[in-house]
Design a binder for this molecule. Sequence first.
Ligand code: HEC
Ligand code: HEC
Length: 265
Amino acid sequence: MLSKSQARTFFLGGTGVFTAAFLALTFDTHRRVPAQTHADKITPAVVRGKHIWEDNNCMGCHTLFGEGAYYAPELTKTVERRGPEFLRIFLKDPEAMFPGQRKMVNYHFTPDQIEDTIAFLDWCGKVDLNGFPPKPPLQKSVMPVAVQQITLTSTRTVPPIFQEKTCLACHSLLGKGVPTMMMPNMKGEVIAVPSLDEVYKRKSRKDLVTWITNPQAIKPGTPMPALVPAFVSPAQVEEIADFLMSLDPSAPQPASVPVAAPKAN
Ligand code: HEC
Ligand code: HEC
């Protein structure tokens, strides 16, 4: 048994030690915050994006740094996961990218507001969170969809339209774009987004045009977004189809392909 004075010393000593430890750790955390958050990278656009985030109650559906509601995806790493092109189109018209699924509100943001929102989310994604969020264990439920082409023999360059129209935010093409993105379809299965390198082997030109124009009509429940006509015009679909078909080595090669022929002076 402790005497009364021993108990008092024990209580005061213990409280003192733990208060000191608490203060030291608090001080240490605050000392690290500017470096871990890259406080020097908080540009005016990031600040404006944070106001957009708060004014629209995005946290009512999303989590950011793990905080918020669990209805919609965690957004800390969304810029890394999706890339800015995808988010630009997504924020302009959220339903276009996830046809027929849960709906995100269309806020009718101006292009500047979209850039600010992306700047804010990009800054969030670069904060050092000691490994949060963990990588999801997607591999277990992956359904094999199409064989990804690995041997790149073509020397063709990818026309800018594939980048501008966000195809490369999900697909790979001649080594450009996303190597293998996984996406859930409406049955809750996770599928691999096929590479477009050898799509000429799987689809005729006509099927390609129909598919890009209205994927849901061909494969209800597919996660491939309906980008026509809001983002991609019918004429651009023809241009895309022409290029993809021309990757067939046996197809007549378009005249616009730069040929590395020696110049005759
Ligand atoms: C009513 C609920 C709701 C609100 C509010 C909401 N979202 Fe969403 N958001 C969603 C859902 C659901 C998705 C999943 C995609 C879909 O099905 O449309 C999503 C997806 C996203 C994505 C794409 C995530 C990814 O990695 O694919 C971004 C970025 C995003 N939201 C940003 C925002 C921002 C910024 C705000 C506030 C201005 C906001 N959201 C407010 C429901 C919401
Ligand atoms: C949001 C991600 C996403 C974007 C953006 C996207 N796709 Fe897709 N695409 C998919 C997915 C997922 C599939 C596989 C669909 C399935 O099998 O259900 C697919 C399938 C395809 C196919 C069929 C491939 C095959 O092997 O049969 C073609 C062709 C295609 N996409 C072209 C395009 C083009 C062209 C663009 C740009 C205009 C584009 N996609 C933009 C996700 C995307």
